[in-house]
Ligand binder design. Structure first.
Ligand SMILES: Cc1cc2nc3c(=O)[nH]c(=O)nc-3n(C[C@H](O)[C@H](O)[C@H](O)COP(=O)(O)OP(=O)(O)OC[C@H]3O[C@@H](n4cnc5c(N)ncnc54)[C@H](O)[C@@H]3O)c2cc1C
Length: 385
C-alpha cells in the first residue's frame, strides 16, 4: 500500500465492516475495505460456520430491530442467490423467560409457552423441567456463507493491511498502514471489533469495552434417527438431512447456555454466553479451556440428552463487549464507529451495515438517505461517557 484515495475507507473486514462496505457500495460510493488478516480469520469475532438468528430479547426494541434485520437478510440472500438463514424452531428458558415473552408479545412477534412434558413430547432431545417458550421465527445463520456474500458485494477488500493510525483534519481523514502507506478518505468507518478502542485512542476518541475469549463446543447426536420436533421427519430423512434433530436452545439470563445445529453437518454447537475470561486482543490464546469444556458438557448432559455429552471439538472466539452490551454505532467528525457487538451482533449484520452507511453518508452530497435509516440514539457513543 503506497498512497490511495477513496470516498469511504472501512477498517475491518469482519461481519460489521463487510456489511457497512456492502451498504456503501450499493449506494454508489467508492469504498475500500482493509483488514490486517484474511476474511473469516480465527482471531476475529465473525469466524465459523453458524450463528443464531432470534427475535427473542428481553427488550421489545431489540425484537423490532431483529425483525427488520431479518428482512435485510432475505434481501441479501435473494441478491446473492445464497441460502443464508435455515429456519429452526427455538426453545427459550431460564430466569429471564418472562421478560423475553413480554417483549415478543409487545412487539407482536410469535411465541408459545409450553411446560416440561410438552417440551419432551415436541423436542425429545431436550429436557427442561419448568416452562419454556417456543420461538418459531428463529433460524441458523450460515455465518461463513454470509461473510462471503457480503464480501462479494463490498467493493474492493484488501487483506494483510494493518492500520496503524487515523488522523481526521475535519475535512478528510488520513490513515496510515503498517508498511508506511497512506490512504486518504472523506470518511472512515472503523469496525475493528475488540481492537477499535486501541485504534481510536490516539485520535482522541475513547471507545470503552472489554474483549473476552469465549469457547464453543461441538457435540454429536446420541441417536441420529431421533425424531425431530413434532410433525417433522427424523433428521436423517428431513430436508436438512444430516442435522441432528434438535432445536436451537437459549437459556436466557446470566452466563447462559446456547446451542444450535450446524448447517450441513451432524454436529451441534453449544457454548456459554459471556463465559470466557477477559483478554488482550493482541494476545489471543486459542488453547482449550478445560473449565469451560466441563461446564458446557455438564449443561449439555443435563439439558440436551439428545446429544452425546462429550464434545468432539472446541473453538475459541473473541467477543467485543461494550460496557452495557448495547452496540456502539456513531460518528465523531469524519470517523464512523461500528463496534461493541457484545456477542450478539451477527443477527443484525445487514442492519448494522445500513446504519453505518447512513452515518458515513450524512452531510455528503449523495442522495438516498432517509432519517429512518439512522441508528437509534441508544447506540450513541456519548451514552458511555
Ligand atoms: C463464539 C461466538 C458465538 C456467537 N454467537 C452469536 C450468535 O449466535 N448470534 C449473534 O447474533 N451473534 C453471535 N456472535 C457475535 C457475532 O459473531 C459478532 O458480534 C460479530 O461477528 C462481530 O463482528 P465485527 O465485524 O464487529 O468484529 P470482528 O469479526 O472481530 O472484525 C473486526 C476486524 O477488524 C480487523 N482489525 C482490527 N484492527 C485492525 C487494524 N488495526 N487494521 C486492520 N484491520 C483491523 C480484525 O482483523 C477483524 O477482522 C457470536 C460471537 C462469538 C465469538
Amino acid at each position: 500500500m503506497t498512497q490511495r484515495q477513496c470516498d469511504v475507507l472501512v477498517i475491518g473486514a469482519g461481519l460489521t465492516g463487510l456489511a457497512a462496505a456492502r451498504s456503501l457500495a450499493r449506494r454508489g460510493y467508492d469504498v475500500l475495505t482493509v483488514d490486517q488478516a484474511p476474511v473469516g480469520h480465527t482471531d476475529g469475532g465473525s469466524h465459523g460456520t453458524c450463528r443464531i438468528f432470534r427475535l427473542g430479547y428481553e427488550d421489545s426494541g431489540y425484537v423490532r430491530l431483529a425483525r427488520h434485520a431479518r428482512e435485510l437478510w432475505s434481501e441479501l440472500a435473494d441478491e446473492t442467490g445464497t441460502r443464508l438463514l435455515h429456519p429452526v424452531p427455538q426453545l427459550t428458558f431460564g430466569p429471564q423467560l418472562t421478560q423475553v415473552r413480554d417483549a415478543l408479545v409487545q412487539a407482536g412477534a410469535a411465541c408459545e409457552s409450553i411446560d416440561g412434558p410438552e417440551v419432551a413430547r415436541r423436542f425429545p432431545g431436550v429436557s427442561i423441567t419448568g416452562e419454556a417458550l417456543v420461538e418459531p421465527d428463529s433460524a441458523v445463520i450460515a455465518a461463513d456463507r454470509a461473510l462471503a456474500a457480503l464480501a462479494a458485494l463490498a467493493g474492493e477488500v484488501l487483506t494483510g493491511v494493518p492500520v496503524t493510525g487515523i488522523a481526521d483534519d475535519g475535512r478528510r481523514v488520513t490513515v496510515s498502514t503498517g508498511d508506511g502507506g497512506r490512504i486518504d478518505a472523506r470518511r472512515v468507518v472503523v469496525c475493528a471489533g475488540p481492537w477499535t478502542g486501541g485504534l481510536l485512542a490516539p485520535a482522541g476518541i475513547t471507545v470503552p469495552g472489554t474483549a473476552t475469549m469465549e469457547q464453543v463446543s461441538y457435540f454429536l447426536p446420541a441417536d441420529p434417527d431421533l425424531p425431530g420436533p413434532a410433525g417433522t421427519e427424523p433428521a436423517s430423512t428431513g430436508p436438512d438431512s444430516g442435522w441432528p434433530a434438535m432445536p436451537i436452545v437459549v437459556h436466557y439470563g446470566g452466563r447462559f447456555l446456547y446451542g444450535l445445529p450446524v448447517p450441513g453437518s451432524t454436529r451441534y454447537k453449544a457454548g456459554l454466553h459471556q463465559g470466557g475470561p477477559a483478554t488482550d486482543p493482541d494476545r489471543l490464546d486459542h488453547t482449550e479451556s478445560s473449565a469451560l469444556s466441563l461446564h458446557t458438557e455438564q449443561a449439555v448432559a443435563e439439558l440436551l440428552p439428545g446429544l452425546r455429552p462429550r464434545a468432539v471439538a472446541v473453538e475459541r472466539c473473541v467477543y467485543d463487549n461494550s460496557p452495557d452490551e448495547d452496540f456502539i454505532i456513531d460518528r465523531i467528525g469524519n470517523v464512523v464507529i461500528g463496534a461493541g457487538t457484545s456477542g450478539h451482533g451477527f443477527k443484525f449484520g445487514p442492519l448494522l451495515g445500513e446504519w453505518l452507511a447512513a452515518l458515513a453518508a450524512e452531510g455528503a452530497a449523495r442522495p438516498g438517505v432517509a432519517a429512518a435509516d439512522f441508528p437509534p440514539r441508544r447506540f450513541a457513543l456519548s451514552r458511555l461517557h
